[in-house]
Ligand binder design. Sequence first.
Ligand code: PGA
Length: 245
Amino acid sequence: MKKLIAANWKMHKTYKEAVDFINDFLKEDSIDFEKKDILIYPPFLYVCEVLRLLEKTPIKVGAQNAYFEKKGAFTGEISPVMIKSCKAEYVLLGHSERRHIFKESDELIRKKVISSLEEGLRVMLCVGEALEERESSLTFKVVESQLKLALAGLKDYANMIEIAYEPVWAIGTGKSASPEDASKVHSFIKDILKDILGSNTRVLYGGSVNPKNAKEFLTQEHIDGLLVGGASLEVKSFLDIINAY
Ligand code: PGA
């Protein structure tokens, strides 16, 4: 399975910083696109421009969120139709910052997943347990429930779905999961996905990935890529992660 390395810029970068990043990134020719896919999630505002700059490259672009309604009086929201109309390929849904800071429920996330898939967007669904859940040995239970609530009944879209396993306590904390532990959860996620989607999809790890630990994650049997936050903001560290394996 080709590895996928994704950059989640979150709410970072001015317009100029975003454009400079892409232009600098394009000067590098060290990426072996035969071996890996690269995906960037810029803030909504820059999605169209980043897509334009990357038009002639194999690098993919996605939106960090989407509302489930297609259009209407929903001030401040962005619909899957709009994202698709910019020719973005992916949408990131269920990120733990959406779940925890913006109180997105599993039910809302499911609606967003369905609506995005209907519009032909590839969905990257994030799942992961909080620290208290991990400490109470609930990791597998939580992840299973998040997957089932978001994806049950969506077999027809199986090849449009990817998963990012991001333990909440590892995001932005500098405290990543151990690659072996993460791989066990990935293997479990793949079993659940076979049950509910009947297919084998890529499962990425996210949470304090950096150029030093990237290779260890990427060499684990069940880890098919990385979702990188902080370390994707600088061209050099993102490239070092991409080229770590
Ligand atoms: P981090 O974020 O790499 O900064 O921990 C990952 C993410 O939230 O996608």
